[in-house]
Design a protein around this ligand. Structure first.
Ligand SMILES: Cc1cc2nc3c(=O)[nH]c(=O)nc-3n(C[C@H](O)[C@H](O)[C@H](O)COP(=O)(O)O)c2cc1C
Length: 179
């Protein structure tokens, strides 16, 4: 795609990469609020907005404790801010699996909005799923009710590295039909 023809959202989408090493610079509350606002404006099934957020910042001790619950603790603990993202199970008014899927997809959209907003602010993030096995311990550390299901922890901070790279298969390999 020619850069001149890109719409304004594309540079943010194409240039965002997971950041797994952070400087010690603190992140402002305003920046985190912008990320959370972006998340809050994600589409959701029936506009149920099933996402809930728990922010840990300016609290190295707690960040270290949360980080210890993933195999990635070495770099997660360098982040000045962690955002735990939960699904409020009170929105699950029945136990039909497809309904659960819809709400889980909504959370994914919210997280992606958050990552893109962070990138636009010059912040780096990483979506951490590897911590989900320790959901109960994360909830306990954050003082969160068990009505909320942990969906991810997002690390946030200023990247201490440049040249982040991850690639993608060409889109032509992923389009299975165009009728
Ligand atoms: C659902 C989900 C779970 C993820 N869990 C982890 C994780 O536990 N640890 C990690 O380092 N990256 C994790 N990632 C980030 C992916 O590894 C990363 O997005 C992918 O390799 C593409 O790289 P990029 O984000 O730099 O483009 C996760 C991403 C998603 C969407």
């Amino acid at each position: 795609m020619e850069k001149g023809k890109m719409n304004s959202a594309m540079p943010c989408i194409l240039n965002r990469r997971s950041v797994r090493a952070y400087t010690s610079e603190e992140v402002s509350k305003d920046a985190i609020m912008q990320m959370l606002t972006a998340a809050n404006w994600a589409p959701s099934g029936n506009n149920m907005q099933p996402w809930r957020f728990s922010v840990v910042m300016n609290n190295k001790e707690l960040i270290k404790k949360v980080a210890s619950l993933t195999v990635y603790h070495n770099w997660v603990e360098t982040a000045p801010c962690l955002i735990a993202v939960f699904l409020d199970t009170k929105v699950l008014d029945d136990k039909v699996p497809s309904i659960y899927l819809k709400h889980a997809q909504s959370i994914g959209a919210a997280i992606q909005n958050m990552l893109l907003a962070a990138h636009g602010l010059g912040l780096g993030t990483c979506w951490i799923g590897e911590i989900l096995k320790n959901e109960d311990k994360v909830r306990e550390l954050l003082g969160v009710s068990d009505e909320l299901q942990l969906m991810a922890v997002i690390s946030v901070g200023y990247s201490s590295r440049s040249n982040l790279k991850s690639n993608r298969r060409d889109i032509s390999e992923n389009i299975i039909s165009w009728l």
